[in-house]
Design a protein around this ligand. Structure first.
Ligand code: BG6
Length: 482
């Protein structure tokens, strides 16, 4: 065994996005409404709302997003200039199947992605495709109540079959669902395209759904994912199909064994439940115990267990932004809004959106996950959402973003030296895009600036931030020049 000294040769450096936060063109060329098209803009303190129909005078950020739909060639050229080896994007399901249950796919939608993949090829960039990133055709919500209905499995698998056959030989890396474990939390209810109560919903409403409903929907997604993996391999044995999990890193607040155990239980339920089903092909014992004790009675059909066993993923990917603490003491200070919530860690600073910044946590997570699964891994989201200031000469000095990424890449490298089989890194929002949690433009992650504000005003012009030039030399040096 040779101890690695740095990132392996051929390491996949790149960036990550999602259709509904990037593309716009929400009703062009036959695209149907998606769940994300029904979501209004919010802020750090005002929750996004999901409206059962589109309302006038409301701001729905996905409708235009950052207009990648028309500007993709310019954007991909900029990715090429940074030296990207890989670009993570998602396909908008409702571009391909406008209602979700259509008999035939929408050819114009498929052609759009043909153009994207051709453009990426020009720049030698490998696509990494998320099949469903926090959206589904809204028709499926209206007609079937989303993923609570088992029939979604077939609609999803049919959608996958269309993509696999069309893009065979063009796309090799696939992810079945973005952050599938979001369904273990109330916030996942609608982000994962699931149930919508009468009168609409606030994205952060803790009572959006019952655990019973969410875990049933999650089971349907597990079955759908496993079927897609099996089908994908039969269509092209070279496909690499992975899972994607929001790694929720939770430390015990104190050395009190009660806190330590609580942190482990959180790790189990928030992270390992989904990983175990998708990587090992079965529900772990602690999940079954949790379901039994909570009175969650899953409808698992005959044959499902076999499907799960036969549809395990080829690689494990996850998002990592921050960490929180957990404690049995209810009096402790909370931190975080939207997606990252937990207790304040006295050793860490937080972003303006209260996401605690913890580079060491990434090394910890990589080791923790790899120790369990021993399969190739990718960090497919990581980054700092921050307010950027454009200087009078147009430059943007985002040294805070460089600092965040540098420190995370350092600990990622340590994890590689520890022996973790890490094959790629795609920081989130490589070009500024709409925030999923808040719907804002102001919360920016990009190396590339997009001129657009929270109200939707701006030229949409692209420009290079300082981090653009910095990341370019990180890639050129395979992670050595930081
Ligand atoms: C992840 C999602 O949870 O976090 C992305 O997969 C999202 O879609 C990202 O954009 C960052 O969250 P936010 O709320 O800052 O956009």
């Amino acid at each position: 065994y040779k101890i690695p000294t740095g990132f392996p040769e051929g390491f996949l450096w790149g960036g990550a996005t999602a259709a509904n936060q990037l593309e716009g063109g929400y009703n062009e060329d036959g695209k149907g409404l998606s769940t994300s098209d029904m979501m209004t803009a919010g802020t750090h303190t005002v929750a996004r709302r999901i409206t059962p129909e589109l309302l006038e005078n409301e701001n729905y950020p996905s409708h235009e997003a950052v207009d990648f739909y028309h500007r993709y060639a310019e954007d991909i050229a900029l990715f090429g200039e940074m030296g990207f080896k890989v670009f993570r994007l998602s396909i908008a399901w409702s571009r391909i199947f406008p209602n979700g249950d259509d008999a035939e796919p929408n050819e114009e939608g498929l052609k759009f992605y043909d153009r994207i993949f051709a453009e990426l090829k020009k720049h030698n960039i490998e696509p990494l495709v998320t099949i469903s990133h926090y959206e589904a055709p809204f028709g499926l919500t209206q007609k079937y109540n989303g993923w609570s209905d088992r029939r979604l499995v077939d609609f999803y698998v049919n959608y996958c079959e269309t993509l696999f056959k069309r893009y065979k030989g063009v796309v090799k890396y696939w992810l079945t669902f973005n952050e599938i474990n979001i369904l273990t939390m109330p916030m996942g209810t609608f982000l994962a395209g699931a149930m919508l109560p009468e009168g609409g919903l606030e994205l952060t409403n803790p009572n959006a759904s019952t655990e019973q409903a969410r875990y049933q929907a999650l089971h349907h997604q597990f079955v759908a994912s496993a079927k897609a993996v099996k089908l994908g391999h039969s269509i092209d044995p070279d496909f690499k199909i992975g899972c994607m999990i929001a790694y929720l890193c939770s430390y015990p607040l104190t050395s009190n064994p009660v806190d330590v155990l609580l942190a482990q239980q959180k790790d189990n339920l928030s992270n390992f439940l989904c990983g175990d089903v998708q990587v090992r092909g079965e529900y772990p014992g602690f999940a079954k115990r949790y379901f039994a004790e909570k009175g969650i009675d899953l409808h698992i059909e005959e044959g499902d267990e076999q499907i799960l066993r036969e549809g395990t993923v080829d690689y494990y990917t996850f998002s990592y932004y921050s960490s929180v603490c957990v404690s049995a003491d209810p009096e402790q200070e909370k931190i975080g809004g939207n997606m990252s919530m937990g207790l304040k860690n006295p050793y860490l600073k937080a972003s303006a959106w209260e996401w605690q910044i913890d580079p060491q946590g990434l090394r910890w997570a990589l080791n923790n996950i790899y120790n369990r699964y021993r399969i190739p891994m990718m960090v497919v989201e990581n980054g700092l959402g921050a307010v950027d200031e454009v200087q009078p000469d147009g430059s943007i000095h985002d040294d805070y973003r460089i600092e965040y990424l540098r420190e995370h890449i350092k600990t990622m490298k340590e994890a590689v030296i520890d022996g973790v089989d890490l094959i790629g890194y795609t920081p989130w929002g490589c070009i500024d895009l709409v925030s999923a949690g808040t719907g804002e433009m102001k919360k920016r992650y990009g190396f590339i600036h997009v001129d657009k504000d929270n109200e939707g005003k701006g030229t949409l012009n692209r420009s290079r931030k300082d981090s653009f030039y910095w990341y370019k030399q990180v890639i050129a040096s395979n992670g050595e020049t930081l």
